[in-house]
Design a protein around this ligand. Sequence first.
Ligand code: F6P
Length: 326
Amino acid sequence: MQKIGNIGVLTSGGDAPGMNAAIRAVVRAAIYHQCRIFGIRCGYKGLIEDQIEEMFSPSVSNVIQTGGTLLKSARCPEFRQKEGRHKAWENLKKHGIEGLVAIGGDGTFRGAQELSQEYGMPVIGIPATIDNDISGTEYTIGYDTALNTIVEAVDKIRDTASAHNRLFFIEVMGRDAGFLTLRGGIASGAEAVMIPELQNDEEKLRNFLESSYKKAKTSSIVLVAEGDEVGGALRLAEKVQKEYPEYDVRVTILGHIQRGGSPSAFDRVSASRMGVSAVEALLRGEKNVMVGLINGQIALTPLLKSVKEKKQLNRQLLELLDILSI
Ligand code: F6P
């Protein structure tokens, strides 16, 4: 193991359940390996504004079960400019920080990569976003919890759908990726999904609506990814209601409830593994890599690759949905 004096940790971008478990693991692993650990509040914004404070083991007591992020998060346009990154670098130097752990999504990693390229600061990324849209890891922190939230919500909506013979369009988050929608659709028994990765999903939906009407299917649930080209659940529902007046259509937008809440056991364990591995990677002299989970094992991927490569959907899951929604 290499001697790294001080390590910094921040969370950036959209919060995700399990971020606190990851911060806890980073803090405790750093102290275990005799490093000092500094928490940077409000992501890159706090780095620029010098919102940096030393953390100790009790700083992360009683947080593993909490959602959100105790370090707070922000989206920071100033960090995209060279001057912003220079201020950030000055503050890192001021606190003697020799390695940084950045917890977040692709925007977080892009910023980390630039900082490291310009100033030689070793950075380790921990993927945390409910969207699961990061290459180099099968699961991002927060994805499993968000999926469980979606399933719980859809189960409740299904009660009304079934009692009133309605067709529900439920909008799911995921920016421009359909991971949450596809897996959420399978887990909640949705009749169809609309996702950006599918070219012919509108046509498939029409086929489904026509055949299910013929079969006198009484209620149906369609999950719509916010990033699908149909323009969201509201737009799609209006269109469908006009074309198929025989259906009684309703819409629910799940929104930010998908980002909150106590992390699942899976997210807590993944966050703990990734947090400890991130610190150990820094101490081994690794730089500019993301810690991920591949086949259940910790794996390192260059940060640049993880942001540049588009993560592919599991096609088998798509086929599964077609088989199960006949
Ligand atoms: O990246 C996480 C996410 O929740 C996306 O699914 C969503 O598109 C976006 O963030 C919403 O961002 P904000 O909370 O900044 O509106």
